[in-house]
Design a protein around this ligand. Structure first.
Ligand SMILES: [Zn+2]
Length: 115
């Protein structure tokens, strides 16, 4: 049996940002049209579509960091190798992505200095 479409719920995250969540199960909305956890269809919502079409990208020291419209954050090396992949509910700004890259590089240095 198919469910009635519902308006997506906007939840507040820890630092005052808002993210879309499923009105039925409360899980984050990773797709604009349906909940990938419980299958609840979402009503079309302009704010939600805008959110899903958003993507941010920075380039620093040969690294490319991008948050795509599905919230995934990727770090690429200059030859295109994917170095890091994470899902982040928060909508990152360019500054956030810079910080994310710095943390990643620091972590890699820590991990490999003993090798
Ligand atoms: Zn759901």
């Amino acid at each position: 049996m198919s469910k009635e479409p519902k308006k997506v719920a906007w939840m507040e995250d820890y630092d005052g940002g808002k993210y879309p969540a499923c009105p039925s199960c409360g899980e984050p909305a990773y797709y604009p049209d349906q909940c990938c956890f419980c299958g609840q269809p979402f009503e079309q919502d302009d704010e939600l579509l805008k959110e899903f079409n958003h993507s941010v990208q920075i380039e620093r020291d040969g690294y490319t960091v991008v948050q795509a419209s599905n919230n995934h954050v990727h770090i690429y090396a200059s030859d295109g190798t994917l170095l890091s992949h994470a899902t982040c509910i928060k909508r990152m700004t360019e500054k956030d992505l810079e910080r994310y890259l710095e943390n990643h590089r620091r972590l890699m240095k820590e991990l490999f200095k003993e090798v």
